[in-house]
Every structure is written in structure tokens, then in C-alpha cells.
Design a protein around this ligand. Structure first.
Ligand code: T46
Length: 136
């Protein structure tokens, strides 16, 4: 990972033959944390903008299992856009990174593997508060 990278693109091994492809994710070498929650997002309007928040503690791996979308990440100093368009890659986003995601293809399905249970108190939904938090 380059030092300026705001997230890491994980490449998952593909088990495949002429009958199709399969990716298996297990706790351990292939995966950066113990998965406590899985959720997925679909049926999103092309120009919708989701996210617009950061997390205090939560880490996530984001997989675009179908179609494509863009993740725009911001650490208060730099911004970086990741185009997700394949199920064999996962975008590993640690805590304290502001994220927005948009530019959804009609068939886009985003699956998220999360290190923590859902907790609204872990969200920072105000950008000014996010900047204040990362200065501390
Ligand atoms: C991120 C992107 C990819 C729950 O009840 N449980 C959950 O586990 C989640 C994630 C959400 N919700 C409820 C809370 C809100 O009423 O679903 C609604 C939308 O949630 P949120 O604003 O978190 O959705 P997104 O799509 O803007 O963002 C989510 C994650 O929060 C975020 O960390 O990276 O998906």
C-alpha cells in the first residue's frame, strides 16, 4: 500500500473453472479482521450519493458483487476515488475515513463485511466534526 492510499484494495483468490467462479473469505490470512456483520446495498439510483460519514472504530471490506460504483475517500488531507467493479476485489477501509459512494450502475450490488455490530454512535456524520476528530 502506498503511504498516500486511503484504503487498500484486497485481491481475493478465485476458485473457478468453466462452470463459474467462487471466492471464499475466511477469518485469518486472507482477511484483516473478524467479521461481525454483513450487509448489502442495491437498487440505488445512478446519481445517488450515499455515505457522507466516517466511523470512529469500524473497519469494513466493501465488495461490489455485481455492477460497479465509485467510492470517494477523504482523510482530511487527501481524497482518493476507487472504482469498484469486480467481486474478486474488496476495498478495505479503516476507521476515521470520510466516505461517499456514487455513480451506481443499474445492476450494482455492494456487499459490506464489517468488524463491528451496527452502532449509530460510531458514526461521524458532520464533516466539521470529522476534521476536528482527526486533529486530536
Ligand atoms: C459504508 C457504506 C458502504 C442498519 O440498521 N444496520 C446496518 O448495519 C447499517 C449499515 C445501516 N442500518 C440502517 C441505518 C440507516 O437508517 O440503514 C440506514 C442507512 O444506513 P447508512 O446511512 O449507514 O447507509 P449508507 O449506505 O450511507 O452507508 C453504509 C455504511 O454505514 C458505511 O459505513 O461504508 O454503507
Amino acid at each position: 500500500m502506498k503511504s498516500k492510499d486511503l484504503a487498500q484494495l484486497l485481491e481475493f483468490p478465485i476458485h473457478g473453472d468453466k462452470n463459474g467462479k467462487l471466492v471464499a473469505l475466511e477469518k485469518g490470512a486472507d482477511f484483516p479482521f473478524e467479521i461481525k456483520r454483513v450487509y448489502y446495498i442495491w437498487g440505488t439510483q445512478a446519481n445517488a450519493v450515499r455515505g457522507r460519514h466516517a466511523h470512529k472504530k469500524l473497519e469494513q471490506v466493501i465488495i461490489c458483487t455485481s455492477g460497479s460504483c465509485d467510492f470517494i475517500l477523504d482523510n482530511g488531507n487527501d481524497s482518493q476515488t476507487f472504482h469498484l467493479n469486480t467481486p474478486h476485489q474488496g476495498l478495505y477501509i479503516k476507521n476515521n475515513v470520510w466516505r461517499e459512494f456514487t455513480n451506481f450502475s443499474p445492476d450494482c450490488v455492494v456487499m459490506v463485511l464489517a468488524s463491528e455490530h451496527y452502532n449509530e454512535e460510531d458514526y461521524i456524520r458532520d464533516y466539521k466534526e470529522f476534521l476536528k476528530n482527526i486533529e486530536q
